[in-house]
Design a protein around this ligand. Structure first.
Ligand code: FPP
Length: 245
Protein backbone atom coordinates (compact mmCIF):
# COMPACT_ATOMS: atom_id res chain seq x y z
CA UNK A 1 0.00 0.00 0.00
CA UNK A 2 1.23 3.51 -0.84
CA UNK A 3 1.96 5.23 2.49
CA UNK A 4 2.28 9.02 2.73
CA UNK A 5 5.75 10.29 3.50
CA UNK A 6 4.20 13.15 5.42
CA UNK A 7 0.89 12.98 7.27
CA UNK A 8 -0.61 16.13 8.79
CA UNK A 9 -3.58 16.09 11.16
CA UNK A 10 -6.06 18.72 12.33
CA UNK A 11 -7.13 17.20 15.64
CA UNK A 12 -10.62 18.62 16.06
CA UNK A 13 -13.58 17.83 18.31
CA UNK A 14 -12.20 17.62 21.86
CA UNK A 15 -14.70 20.19 23.10
CA UNK A 16 -17.72 18.49 21.50
CA UNK A 17 -16.60 15.09 22.80
CA UNK A 18 -16.62 16.51 26.35
CA UNK A 19 -19.87 18.45 25.89
CA UNK A 20 -21.68 15.32 24.72
CA UNK A 21 -20.74 13.72 28.04
CA UNK A 22 -21.50 16.83 30.14
CA UNK A 23 -17.82 17.01 31.06
CA UNK A 24 -15.52 20.06 31.15
CA UNK A 25 -13.73 20.75 27.84
CA UNK A 26 -10.43 20.09 29.59
CA UNK A 27 -11.34 16.40 29.88
CA UNK A 28 -11.80 16.28 26.10
CA UNK A 29 -8.37 17.86 25.59
CA UNK A 30 -6.86 15.40 28.06
CA UNK A 31 -8.29 12.48 26.07
CA UNK A 32 -6.96 14.22 22.97
CA UNK A 33 -3.42 14.05 24.32
CA UNK A 34 -3.83 10.27 24.80
CA UNK A 35 -4.76 9.99 21.13
CA UNK A 36 -1.66 12.00 20.22
CA UNK A 37 0.46 9.39 21.95
CA UNK A 38 -1.35 6.54 20.15
CA UNK A 39 -1.11 8.10 16.71
CA UNK A 40 2.62 8.81 17.13
CA UNK A 41 3.20 5.13 18.01
CA UNK A 42 1.09 3.98 15.07
CA UNK A 43 2.93 6.22 12.60
CA UNK A 44 6.26 4.94 13.90
CA UNK A 45 5.05 1.35 13.44
CA UNK A 46 3.80 2.08 9.90
CA UNK A 47 7.03 3.72 8.79
CA UNK A 48 5.52 7.17 8.16
CA UNK A 49 8.49 9.57 8.13
CA UNK A 50 6.79 12.87 9.01
CA UNK A 51 3.82 13.58 11.23
CA UNK A 52 2.64 17.16 11.78
CA UNK A 53 -0.04 17.87 14.37
CA UNK A 54 -2.07 21.06 14.71
CA UNK A 55 -1.91 21.30 18.49
CA UNK A 56 -2.61 25.02 19.06
CA UNK A 57 -3.56 27.61 16.45
CA UNK A 58 -2.89 31.36 16.39
CA UNK A 59 -6.68 31.73 16.75
CA UNK A 60 -6.76 29.50 19.85
CA UNK A 61 -5.22 32.37 21.88
CA UNK A 62 -8.68 33.94 21.66
CA UNK A 63 -10.33 31.14 23.69
CA UNK A 64 -11.30 31.79 27.33
CA UNK A 65 -8.25 32.28 29.55
CA UNK A 66 -8.95 29.13 31.59
CA UNK A 67 -9.05 26.99 28.44
CA UNK A 68 -5.82 28.47 27.07
CA UNK A 69 -4.15 27.85 30.44
CA UNK A 70 -5.51 24.29 30.55
CA UNK A 71 -4.18 23.58 27.04
CA UNK A 72 -0.77 25.04 27.94
CA UNK A 73 -0.78 22.91 31.10
CA UNK A 74 -1.51 19.76 29.09
CA UNK A 75 1.11 20.66 26.53
CA UNK A 76 3.70 21.30 29.27
CA UNK A 77 2.93 17.96 30.95
CA UNK A 78 3.05 16.13 27.61
CA UNK A 79 6.43 17.68 26.79
CA UNK A 80 7.84 16.86 30.25
CA UNK A 81 6.89 13.21 29.73
CA UNK A 82 8.30 13.18 26.21
CA UNK A 83 11.52 14.85 27.36
CA UNK A 84 12.31 11.59 29.14
CA UNK A 85 11.04 9.25 26.41
CA UNK A 86 11.63 10.82 23.01
CA UNK A 87 15.44 10.80 22.89
CA UNK A 88 15.34 7.00 23.26
CA UNK A 89 12.56 6.50 20.73
CA UNK A 90 13.90 7.20 17.23
CA UNK A 91 11.60 10.25 17.08
CA UNK A 92 12.81 13.74 16.28
CA UNK A 93 10.69 16.60 17.59
CA UNK A 94 10.27 19.92 15.76
CA UNK A 95 7.91 22.83 16.37
CA UNK A 96 6.44 25.37 13.97
CA UNK A 97 4.51 28.56 14.73
CA UNK A 98 5.03 31.79 16.61
CA UNK A 99 6.89 30.03 19.38
CA UNK A 100 7.90 33.21 21.18
CA UNK A 101 4.26 33.68 22.21
CA UNK A 102 4.38 30.44 24.23
CA UNK A 103 5.05 30.53 27.98
CA UNK A 104 8.79 30.56 28.78
CA UNK A 105 8.60 27.20 30.57
CA UNK A 106 7.14 25.50 27.49
CA UNK A 107 9.67 27.12 25.17
CA UNK A 108 12.57 25.93 27.25
CA UNK A 109 11.40 22.31 27.45
CA UNK A 110 10.65 22.40 23.72
CA UNK A 111 14.19 23.65 23.00
CA UNK A 112 15.58 20.89 25.18
CA UNK A 113 13.66 18.12 23.41
CA UNK A 114 14.40 19.54 19.96
CA UNK A 115 18.12 19.56 20.79
CA UNK A 116 18.17 16.12 22.40
CA UNK A 117 16.27 14.43 19.55
CA UNK A 118 18.12 16.17 16.69
CA UNK A 119 19.95 12.94 15.79
CA UNK A 120 16.79 10.79 15.57
CA UNK A 121 15.27 10.26 12.17
CA UNK A 122 12.78 7.38 11.98
CA UNK A 123 9.85 9.76 12.53
CA UNK A 124 9.93 13.55 12.52
CA UNK A 125 7.11 14.75 14.77
CA UNK A 126 6.33 18.42 14.15
CA UNK A 127 4.01 20.19 16.57
CA UNK A 128 2.21 23.26 15.21
CA UNK A 129 2.00 25.53 18.26
CA UNK A 130 0.67 29.06 18.16
CA UNK A 131 0.59 28.33 14.44
CA UNK A 132 -1.33 29.99 11.64
CA UNK A 133 -0.54 29.58 7.96
CA UNK A 134 -1.12 33.26 7.13
CA UNK A 135 1.01 34.36 10.07
CA UNK A 136 3.78 32.02 8.91
CA UNK A 137 3.64 33.54 5.40
CA UNK A 138 3.77 37.06 6.84
CA UNK A 139 6.83 36.20 8.95
CA UNK A 140 8.54 34.55 5.95
CA UNK A 141 7.81 37.64 3.84
CA UNK A 142 9.37 39.86 6.50
CA UNK A 143 12.47 37.65 6.61
CA UNK A 144 12.92 37.95 2.84
CA UNK A 145 12.13 41.68 2.87
CA UNK A 146 14.86 42.23 5.47
CA UNK A 147 17.33 40.38 3.23
CA UNK A 148 16.32 42.57 0.27
CA UNK A 149 16.55 45.77 2.36
CA UNK A 150 20.04 44.78 3.53
CA UNK A 151 21.11 44.35 -0.11
CA UNK A 152 21.73 40.62 0.32
CA UNK A 153 18.85 39.40 -1.84
CA UNK A 154 17.70 40.40 -5.32
CA UNK A 155 13.85 40.51 -5.41
CA UNK A 156 14.01 38.69 -8.76
CA UNK A 157 15.76 35.79 -7.04
CA UNK A 158 12.69 35.14 -4.88
CA UNK A 159 11.09 31.99 -6.25
CA UNK A 160 8.96 29.20 -4.73
CA UNK A 161 11.97 27.40 -3.29
CA UNK A 162 13.25 30.60 -1.65
CA UNK A 163 9.88 31.35 -0.10
CA UNK A 164 9.46 27.74 1.07
CA UNK A 165 12.90 27.99 2.65
CA UNK A 166 11.82 31.00 4.68
CA UNK A 167 8.80 29.19 6.15
CA UNK A 168 8.84 27.46 9.55
CA UNK A 169 8.70 24.15 7.69
CA UNK A 170 11.95 24.72 5.76
CA UNK A 171 13.53 21.32 5.13
CA UNK A 172 10.33 19.36 5.83
CA UNK A 173 8.64 17.84 2.74
CA UNK A 174 5.10 19.01 1.96
CA UNK A 175 2.32 16.90 3.48
CA UNK A 176 0.91 14.23 1.15
CA UNK A 177 -2.14 13.53 3.25
CA UNK A 178 -4.06 15.86 5.53
CA UNK A 179 -6.65 14.40 7.89
CA UNK A 180 -9.20 16.47 9.79
CA UNK A 181 -11.43 14.90 12.40
CA UNK A 182 -14.82 15.99 13.79
CA UNK A 183 -16.69 16.21 10.48
CA UNK A 184 -15.64 19.82 9.75
CA UNK A 185 -14.35 20.28 6.20
CA UNK A 186 -12.13 23.35 6.49
CA UNK A 187 -8.36 23.88 6.43
CA UNK A 188 -8.55 26.50 9.24
CA UNK A 189 -5.29 28.26 8.44
CA UNK A 190 -3.18 25.07 8.65
CA UNK A 191 -0.17 24.61 6.30
CA UNK A 192 -1.72 26.88 3.65
CA UNK A 193 1.34 26.92 1.40
CA UNK A 194 2.50 23.38 2.10
CA UNK A 195 -0.86 21.65 1.50
CA UNK A 196 -1.07 22.83 -2.14
CA UNK A 197 -1.09 19.24 -3.46
CA UNK A 198 -2.10 17.32 -0.32
CA UNK A 199 -4.94 14.82 -0.37
CA UNK A 200 -7.59 15.75 2.18
CA UNK A 201 -9.51 13.17 4.20
CA UNK A 202 -12.27 14.41 6.49
CA UNK A 203 -13.41 11.92 9.11
CA UNK A 204 -16.63 12.04 11.03
CA UNK A 205 -15.04 11.13 14.35
CA UNK A 206 -14.22 13.41 17.27
CA UNK A 207 -10.48 13.48 18.01
CA UNK A 208 -10.73 11.78 21.45
CA UNK A 209 -12.39 8.80 19.67
CA UNK A 210 -9.77 8.61 16.90
CA UNK A 211 -8.31 5.11 16.71
CA UNK A 212 -5.82 3.11 14.66
CA UNK A 213 -8.81 1.92 12.58
CA UNK A 214 -9.62 5.53 11.58
CA UNK A 215 -6.00 6.13 10.64
CA UNK A 216 -5.99 2.98 8.51
CA UNK A 217 -9.23 4.06 6.81
CA UNK A 218 -7.68 7.42 5.88
CA UNK A 219 -4.49 5.72 4.66
CA UNK A 220 -6.58 3.33 2.55
CA UNK A 221 -8.41 6.28 1.00
CA UNK A 222 -5.07 7.98 0.30
CA UNK A 223 -3.67 4.85 -1.36
CA UNK A 224 -6.72 4.61 -3.66
CA UNK A 225 -6.58 8.20 -4.88
CA UNK A 226 -4.59 9.11 -7.93
CA UNK A 227 -2.28 12.08 -7.43
CA UNK A 228 -1.44 14.01 -10.59
CA UNK A 229 0.13 17.31 -9.46
CA UNK A 230 -1.66 19.05 -12.35
CA UNK A 231 -0.16 16.68 -14.95
CA UNK A 232 -1.88 14.22 -17.29
CA UNK A 233 -1.82 10.49 -16.53
CA UNK A 234 0.55 9.81 -19.47
CA UNK A 235 2.98 12.55 -18.37
CA UNK A 236 3.06 10.95 -14.94
CA UNK A 237 3.65 7.47 -16.43
CA UNK A 238 6.54 8.84 -18.50
CA UNK A 239 8.00 10.51 -15.39
CA UNK A 240 7.81 7.29 -13.42
CA UNK A 241 9.51 5.33 -16.20
CA UNK A 242 12.29 7.91 -16.26
CA UNK A 243 12.69 7.64 -12.50
CA UNK A 244 12.96 3.89 -12.96
CA UNK A 245 9.86 2.76 -11.07
C1 FPP B 1 -9.71 20.95 18.85
O1 FPP B 1 -10.73 20.64 19.72
C2 FPP B 1 -8.40 20.77 19.41
C3 FPP B 1 -7.60 21.77 19.89
C4 FPP B 1 -7.96 23.18 20.04
C5 FPP B 1 -6.26 21.47 20.30
C6 FPP B 1 -5.78 20.08 20.09
C7 FPP B 1 -5.01 19.78 21.27
C8 FPP B 1 -4.78 18.56 21.79
C9 FPP B 1 -5.19 17.29 21.15
C10 FPP B 1 -4.08 18.45 23.07
C11 FPP B 1 -2.74 19.11 23.15
C12 FPP B 1 -1.78 18.57 22.17
C13 FPP B 1 -0.57 18.06 22.46
C14 FPP B 1 0.37 17.70 21.37
C15 FPP B 1 -0.13 17.83 23.84
P1 FPP B 1 -11.81 21.77 19.97
O2 FPP B 1 -11.63 22.23 21.37
O3 FPP B 1 -11.70 22.82 18.93
O4 FPP B 1 -13.11 20.94 19.81
P2 FPP B 1 -14.53 21.52 19.41
O5 FPP B 1 -14.39 22.02 17.99
O6 FPP B 1 -15.41 20.33 19.52
O7 FPP B 1 -14.85 22.60 20.39
Amino acid sequence: MRIPEHLAIIMDGNGRWAQKRHLPRLIGHRKGVERVQDVVDECLALGIRHLTLYAFSSENWGRPREEVEALMGLLGAYLQRELKRLPMRRIRLLAIGELDRLPEKIRSVLDEIIASTAGNNDLVLTLALSYGGRNELVRATRTLAREVAAGRLDPEAIDEARLAGALDTAGIPDPDLLIRTSGETRISNFLLWQAAYAEFVFLDVLWPDFSAAHLHRALGEFARRERRFGLTASQLDAGEEEAGH
